[in-house]
Design a protein. Structure first.
Length: 548
């Protein structure tokens, strides 16, 4: 049996900036037919230019329509053969108001083969499907980012125009993602065991990003189509019902995903992309051609041909001129485990999330350690914590060179004060090639190492880049499902009451002193920075769910 389905349609989408609800946009669509939207917008422009006041409804439309307009023509073709072979083709031609006289087309194709319908399979193999898909997705720049406009200010009646620090690009063209995916889905043993495996591979070409520029250009960043990024990965999901009796049931679902990415190429003249610049340029997340996305760069000490650190005459490490890679924000894998237990009408559900690898930047730890507010900064503070004993000749601790003594020494040869918080950094003195023996106080060490900005000596953020692996109890729910006989008299189809807790605790986390998910923002780069946000919270509640 063969069947065919074809759908053609067009749509206009209005998108607003912060604070504009989709509900209001939908109301506007219903009020004004899409074919008349542009003419109506021009009419409102003319009214404003003539000094005529707009109604609240007109003001809302004018604000929304003036921000982003996307018009698309779409088609879907679905083919099927004998209820086991299916092919769906789609195409979309779209125009966005944030692009200059450009429209872009992106198609997709999805093929699925139900081999358990096509072939005679063993009775224990209930369902099996192979799927293959390929698609192209286009993306236009966000509203106003491509604009080339001056910023205006005034003072005492004088008006001036200035060039903004970030510059648009009237010639920007849409970025496109080319992706294919292969998957296998099967269910066994009366659907009590299931597995879903998929592999995906995609490339994002002409990626739209604000790109750093030399200071001589007059701006800090320019919007550009800057390069190509490749991504690939595996997603695996297993579902099972290990125990199923008349009164007891146990369901579980486990999933795990791994992925890799790589910056394939960047635009000519762009040596790297700066994804994040923090700590006074002391630590950055950069995209470098041929390297994975999300590499973290910071200052590191100079080394000699034997790999030994080079130390200055002051006993501090000499930093390399250029920032060096010290980590990557991408995890090696992420996953979760969901369990559901039910005994008669009582149920218990819990979910566990885990992350393997992936580094985070902890700026708060950096600055707290500099002033001695972290447990780690106790090291070397006294003899008990590994500190060396020393004195300054003549108690000249401003320019004198410390002299190491035995911890039992009560005073220097001339009655000098004995300190017990010394540290000698391992390495060789750059000026002499000799082993470093210069003692520095622990407080001085922490303040010069863990601080803000960049320095020629010692200062580095590399000690505040941490592995962010964790295993976490995400949610726990205990509840009761009321019997149908009891609730049917109330006209209800289903009624349950439960208590729950979320973000309860970690079974394990590599990041000390801070919550592993306390990122400072929602963007991809900001999620790699922790420690500077509000305190993580646990939540508890009671839930009542009813259906009619």
């Amino acid at each position: 049996m063969f069947y065919l389905s074809l759908r053609l349609y067009s749509a206009t989408r209005l998108a607003a900036l912060r604070g504009q609800s989709d509900r209001n946009i939908r109301k506007l669509r219903l009020t004004i037919h899409k074919k008349r939207q542009r003419a109506f917008y021009q009419h409102l422009q003319e009214k404003q230019e003539a000094g005529v006041s707009l109604t609240l409804r007109e003001q809302e439309f004018f604000r929304v329509f003036g921000e982003l307009l996307q018009t698309g023509y779409m088609g879907t073709l679905s083919l099927g053969w004998d209820n086991y072979l299916f092919l769906e083709l789609t195409g979309r031609q779209e125009r966005s108001s944030t692009l200059k006289d450009q429209s872009f087309f992106y198609p997709s194709a999805n093929l699925s083969f139900l081999f358990t319908q096509a072939f005679h399979m063993p009775s224990w193999w209930n369902y099996g499907k192979l799927r293959l898909s390929y698609g192209i997705v286009g993306n236009a720049p966000e509203t106003y980012t491509a604009n080339i406009v001056y910023e205006q200010g005034s003072d005492n009646g004088f008006t001036w125009n200035t060039i903004p620090s970030s510059w648009g690009n009237a010639d920007i063209h849409p970025e496109k993602k080319y992706e294919y995916e292969i998957g296998l889905e099967s269910k066994f043993l009366n659907n009590r065991l299931g597995i879903d495996i998929s592999y995906y591979n995609n490339r994002v070409k002409d990626q739209i990003l604000s790109t750093p520029q030399p200071s001589t250009s007059g701006v800090k960043n320019v919007l550009m189509n800057v390069g190509e990024v490749a991504n690939r990965g595996w997603d695996i999901s297993i579902s099972a019902t290990p125990i199923l009796t008349r009164d007891f049931r146990w369901d579980l679902t486990a999933n795990y995903g791994v992925y890799k990415n790589k910056v394939v190429k960047l635009a000519d003249g762009v040596p790297y992309l700066e994804i994040l610049n923090s700590g006074g340029s002391g630590i950055k997340i950069q995209a470098v051609e041929g390297q994975p996305m999300g590499d973290i760069y910071a200052q590191v000490p100079q080394v000699n041909e034997n790999g030994e650190y080079l130390v200055s005459d002051k006993g501090l490490y000499l930093n390399q001129t250029e920032l060096q890679k010290v980590g990557n924000i991408n995890p090696a894998g992420v996953g979760g485990l969901f369990n559901s237990f039910s005994y008669k009408n009582v149920f218990l559900d819990f979910s566990i999330d885990f992350r393997i690898g992936g580094d985070v930047i902890n700026e708060m730890n950096q600055y707290a350690t500099a002033v001695g507010l972290t447990p780690e900064s106790l090291k070397y503070r006294d003899t008990e914590h590994g500190g060396l004993s020393y004195y300054y000749p003549g108690d000249n601790n401003s320019s004198g060179i410390p002299v190491q003594v035995d911890p039992s020494t009560g005073a220097g040869p001339n009655g000098e004060i004995i300190y017990h918080d010394g540290i000698i950094l391992p390495g060789v003195v750059a000026s002499t090639g000799e082993r470093n023996t210069r003692i520095i106080p622990a407080g001085y060490y922490y303040n010069t190492t863990y601080n803000w900005g960049t320095e020629a000596e010692q200062l580095t953020y590399r000690h505040s880049v941490f592995d962010n692996s964790y295993v976490k109890l995400r949610e726990l729910t205990i509840g009761y499902q009321f019997p149908e006989k009891m609730i049917s008299k109330l006209g209800l189809g289903r009624l349950s009451v439960s208590v729950f807790g979320r973000n309860l605790f970690y079974f394990y986390k590599a990041l000390k002193n801070y919550d592993a998910e306390s990122s400072v923002g929602t963007s991809w780069a900001n999620q790699a920075t922790v420690g500077s946000s509000t305190t993580a919270t646990r939540s508890f509640g009671v839930s009542l769910r009813a259906s009619f």
